[in-house]
Design a protein around this ligand. Sequence first.
Ligand code: TEU
Ligand code: CA
Length: 556
Amino acid sequence: MKKQWWHNKVAYQIYPKSFCDSNGDGIGDLRGIIGKLDYLKRLGVDIVWISPIYSSPFVDQGYDISDYYNIDPLFGNMEEMEELLEEAKKRNISILMDLVVNHCSNQHEWFKKAMADPDGPYGDYFYIREGKENGEPPCNWRSYFGGSVWEKVPGTKNKYYLHMFAKEQPDLNWENPDVRREIYKMMNWWLDKGLAGFRIDAIINIKKDLTFSDYPADRDDGMCSAHHMLEHANGVLEFLQEMNRETFAKHDAFSIAELFNYDPCALEAYIGEHGCFSSIFDFSTEMLGGSEKGWFDLKAIDPNLYRDTIFESQAKCEGIGYMANIIENHDEPRGVSRYLPKEGQTTEGKKMLGMLMFMRKGLPFLYQGQELGMENTVFSDISQIDDISTKDEYQVALNAGCSQAEALRACTFRSRDNARTPFQWSDGENAGFTTGKPWLPVNPNYKTINAKDQIGRKDSVFSFYQELIRLRKNPEYEDVVVYGKMVPVFEDMDNVFAFYRVTDKKKLLVLANYQNEPVSLNLKEIPTRVLINNYEDLELKNNTITLKGFQGVVVE
Ligand code: TEU
Ligand code: CA
């Protein structure tokens, strides 16, 4: 694989509303981020992706953009953004913004003009179609956030516009070259400002099945999830190659896509040497346990399945491209609450999970608070939920016959708000996140889980992540940690997650005991050095290693 500047880096996602509030309005902001750059540096972060900070009515927390050229006043202003870029540069930190161009906000001027004159030039910036003769929407696709993807154009007899997500997020018509030109212009404008690149939102959706025809219903509502449309939409790569040519390539920018439901045969076209993106997130484990029925039907994730899924995903991209590894993001529950069995949700278990993420091949992409072992929060009532998606899934669960208590339990476990609670900086008021009232309640466990307690404490989750990062950057091990081939071992042992990382010169063995019971493993060679260990001690006799419950080690 051709080496790239970002391969040996460590990336970090900031969810700006919940990171750090500098002015006491209860909402995180740019000044707050600037003040925490040294914290990120101390952890060892090189690349930071900030979720949307553009002007927005916040129907979907900034993923509904009303002006791509402005910073929302909630977060600050353009001068502060420029200051952030400068301050980050001083610390060798690259900044990525979120690129949300499948859709914009219904408050964007393009959409307002389109609604004022659906047959005029701006009407063609969106997908506006005639409804069926009986007045029903053009087809039966269900949006990702529930209900039809079609919404009536006000003041028309039978015209609808398309929205894959909320009705306040109308989809942009990528078939229209003017739209593409406008988008590229905006991207280049930001890249010229000194941005290192973009994280690209929901991008597979930009290509539609232009027949807009009905599909077989997959729920009692007579509709069919919009993601089925993707199987019938051909040609997304042409748009993406053009986007790469017109923007990223010109700036040597870093681009990482949120890519779901893609054709696996096209992996090379996405992230190969001449691919249209630098990288994509590996979401293979995020998909586990999912159900067409809804969140209420989620299945628990077994450690063996977790392991096998990761091995499979690694094998798929070996020699093709370099994916980014995560255990969580702002759309997911906290990884430690989801991928560790209850008895493993301890400091050791959290470290083990972090080790497995950092030691596999790919770019480690931390989500804010992961480095502290932040956990899912508790919700006692649906009214405490902010997230548009959770609200919909709660309704889906009720419609399917769940009791209110069942629906709440299912949806809160999966809720995106778990990851969106304020960052836990200290055990002080509001976890040190704000001096005002936080926009989303702080997780009550902040007294025991917070940065102030963990920074500098040798046995903390934070210090362990620092160690993992130091190993990745240690000149002696960098090559094997960054590029070493991943070779599974002990795969037929239940709850043992183990693999080699191998180059011509070095061989590391990563071992994790994903259960409470100790396990003894007979190794082919006697380890020469222990590089990472989430416990203080390690039982090693000749070539037999005995791991305690949820113990994880890296040995040479
Ligand atoms: O997510 C796209 C997406 O397809 C899902 O992960 C989605 O979040 C999920 O179905 C809802 O539970 C991206 C963003 O990451 C997400 O925050 C936005 O809501 C979405 O796009 C729309 O912009
Ligand atoms: Ca603020």
